[in-house]
Design a binder for this molecule. Structure first.
Ligand SMILES: Cc1cc2nc3c(=O)[nH]c(=O)nc-3n(C[C@H](O)[C@H](O)[C@H](O)COP(=O)(O)OP(=O)(O)OC[C@H]3O[C@@H](n4cnc5c(N)ncnc54)[C@H](O)[C@@H]3O)c2cc1C
Length: 400
């Protein structure tokens, strides 16, 4: 007897990547189930800023625009940034990247993670949402995947996508190995009030214990991303408010004057992780389930959104050729479209982390040269900006 398969695709994880993927697949007329562990909070425009913010680049933003998600996001308190200034503590050279170099009105927008999730969830009308629900077990059959949830209900789908973050249950269930390492660093985040306005510039100062970044927020404050070695991060956690602000003023070299206020803060451990495959029979991985990188270049969710665009494109190509959604040949097409680019970005941020985090005099000299040549040579600057803003990839329809 043939098994009745309920869905074309079951997406596990309804964070930024999983929810956007579910919207994209449903708009492409695939039948979709979304399984998410926690009901996301509705975005409250009067509430405190989300501690987690992301710099969304113009390329990946097109994915959100094409799906009608960006209109909802853009109606809220997001902040465009037109320049990015990067400099090394103890060196005089600095790198200033400007939006004019790519002919766009901005280099990107700082957006609260919760806002992106909420805007995507508003578009799930044609998706069967299982929430709160955890994937308890997964079995892969030749023609479909069977998912058992923690309330013992079962779902069948031609394809299961693991989009449930770095500890992907799908990836673990099918045994896709990963490579990676911890950085022995944490990133302290939160909204800070500085003496001077950010002027819509993202500021990043590299110190030997990690970069300190001020990202512009719509109300004139900045979103802090202070990447620090574990020992320093632990010390920072214990500091009282005024002492923390003083240390931050020092670490940012007072680039925006004195740091006056920071209401809430949290710290996240940093690591690099890459799945050796993004697909197997009836399985695909997307977003942090497939790759996690150091956040200093603000690329994680940007890469995840590009994954969404290419995965939907590959599944549509399969359907046009008469294949079902889980056929490996089309999943491999998705993997080919994304893996090299993701690895390049993982390698670049890992290299930057090592180059700028070293006390070795030779490497210090090298990084001075690197900043100097990048700031003087406009072709290098152009390439850097194009990759940083996600405009180097434009194959999939959702990216056009
Ligand atoms: C400090 C910091 C700053 C960053 N800044 C940036 C930035 O500026 N720009 C940028 O592009 N990226 C940035 N990133 C990276 C970005 O946050 C991640 O790449 C992004 O959150 C990944 O999204 P995701 O949807 O793949 O995974 P997640 O955000 O981890 O979402 C996974 C979802 O799956 C759910 N889930 C987990 N397990 C299960 C299960 N078993 N069953 C059902 N549901 C499950 C979770 O509840 C969650 O909703 C930053 C990261 C850090 C740590």
């Amino acid at each position: 007897m043939t098994q009745h398969v309920q869905f074309d695709v079951a997406v596990v994880g309804g964070g930024m990547v999983g929810a956007v993927l579910a919207v994209a697949l449903s708009q492409a007329k695939f039948s979709v189930a979304l399984i998410e562990a926690q009901q996301p909070d509705s975005f409250d425009p009067q509430g405190e800023f989300d501690l987690r913010q992301s710099a969304i680049a113009p390329g990946p933003r097109r994915v959100l625009s094409n799906l009608g998600i960006w209109d909802t996001v853009a109606a809220q308190r997001i902040c465009p940034f037109t320049g990015m200034k990067v400099w090394d503590a103890g060196q005089t050279d600095e790198l200033f990247l400007e939006h004019t170099a790519i002919g766009l009105p901005e280099l990107g927008h700082i957006v609260e993670n919760g806002l992106i999730v909420d805007a995507a969830w508003q578009q799930l009308a044609n998706v069967d949402v299982y929430c709160p629900a955890l994937l308890a077990s997964l079995s892969i059959k030749p023609d479909f995947a069977r998912l058992t949830l923690d309330d013992e209900s079962e779902i069948t789908a031609r394809l299961v996508v693991g989009a449930e973050g770095a500890n992907s249950a799908v990836r673990q269930a099918v045994g896709i190995p990963t490579t990676g390492w911890g950085y022995g660093q944490r990133c302290t985040v939160g909204a800070v009030t500085t003496e001077r306005h950010h002027r819509h510039i993202a500021w990043q100062r590299f110190t030997e214990t990690g970069p300190v970044a001020f990202l512009p927020l719509a109300d004139g404050r900045c979103s802090l991303a202070w990447h620090a070695d574990d020992a320093l991060a632990a010390e920072l956690k214990e500091l009282e408010h005024d002492a923390f602000c003083e240390r931050l003023t020092e670490a940012s070299a007072g680039v925006l004057g004195r740091v006056q206020k920071m209401d809430r803060r949290a710290a996240f451990p940093l690591k690099l992780m890459h799945a050796q495959r993004y697909c197997d029979a009836r399985v695909a991985l997307a977003g942090d389930a497939a790759h996690v990188l150091h956040p200093m270049a603000g690329q994680g969710v940007n890469l995840g959104l590009l994954d969404v665009a290419e995965l939907v494109c590959a599944l549509e190509a399969g359907r046009a050729a008469g294949a079902d959604a889980g056929e490996l040949v089309y999943l491999r097409r998705y993997q080919r479209a994304r893996m090299a680019e993701n690895l390049m970005m993982l390698g670049a941020t890992d290299g930057l982390k090592r180059l700028f985090g070293s006390r070795n005099p030779l490497l210090r000299h090298l990084r001075g040269l690197a900043v100097d040549s990048a700031s003087r040579l406009s072709p290098i600057r152009q390439i850097m900006i194009h990759h940083a803003v996600g405009l180097s990839t434009d194959g999939a329809p959702l990216l056009r």
